[in-house]
Design a protein around this ligand. Sequence first.
Ligand code: HEM
Length: 391
Amino acid sequence: MTTSATEPVDSVFTWFREMHDKNPIQRDDEYGWQLFRHGDISRVLTDPKTFSSDTVRLYNEPQPDFDLFLMGNLVTSDQPHHRKLRQVINRVFTPRAVNGLADRIARITDSLLDEVAGQDTFDLMETLAYPLPIIVIAEMLGLPAEDVPLYKGWGEALGALDAATPPPEVMENEIAPAIREMNEYILKHVAIKRENPADDLLSGLANATIDDKPLRDGDLIGLVGLTLFAGHAASMAMVGNALLTFDRHPETFAAIRADRDLLPGAIEELMRLYPPFSRVARVTTVETEIDGHKIGKDELVTLWVGSANRDPERFPDPDTFDIHRDTSGHIAFGQGIHFCLGAPLARLEVKIALNALFDRFDRIEVDYSGLEFEDPMQIICPRTLPVRVTR
Ligand code: HEM
């Protein structure tokens, strides 16, 4: 077995450790101020007044289609609007709504795995990890699952705007039309739900109010668009990262298979060790200071979550995969007012997907020759994860 194919991810964690130990607060042109220590990062996440989430304004020119989406985008909103948006979505995205999905998630998982019945090898990302979370969230919203292929292009368009200004012709010919199409699609489905409400998130949002007024088009587009896209990439990453880690720790893998009660602890440890989003960003609203470093107003601050989760001062022996450790305080789902809305759903999806794989296959081995990763500075996630299975 060769594990050198995991090098792109391993080298990011080596870099985190080096920076954490030698240069835990530093500045560069791409990421602005970069923080690597758990304590510093936690301090920023819990001070939204000094550290705003509205980072988009730093690198994007106004663009009407994207601006509409941003109106309701929780992740980049600040108080008081963030609180109002979050109250609206909390009312529909309830624990009951999430727990009620368990059977449906299991059935979708089964039908996806049925598609590779009889095959000894398949790409886990393409077969299960990618489609499962996007189908689940589309159904939860009340959007047609057969439109999933459309969502991929929109997700890519939004992703391209995440931390960069694309060239004007790419913006005009590719990104803006995709976002416009998404905006129109969401509003069309909101109108359908207003006419014929159902038991889904979109119906709840379509009829919700902020300050006694119906939500603006932009609020609806942002909330729906974000919910559709925020979750699936990271949940997909978790399934891939889990299988990869189990493959490299066969004894722990066997123990979890034998005692499924160990799975929730293992998932939390995997979140700590391989947080899909290795960084989150903020921008300063005033001049401030962190550990003796003066940071000006309107400065980008990059928080390396992947480094905080392996801070030896917070997690002893941090690079070791230990499913029995106390993982509390990991920040893979963020911290403070922007704490991930979908954390319970992500945990449930990953648990159901892994249990289904264990039930169906006696052995699951990674074929490292075909393993590829996404850019780990963006997301820690295999792009392709070929597996060999034995039933
Ligand atoms: C393993 C899977 C997931 C990971 C690692 C993850 C991670 C995160 C992180 C780090 C944040 C905070 C961002 C910040 O502070 O700037 C966040 C926020 C958010 N996540 Fe997730 N997420 C996951 C799954 C999901 C799912 C399934 C959903 C679907 C509903 C979702 C919806 C959201 C939303 C709406 C926010 C914004 C919350 C706010 O700003 O108030 N996430 N997530």
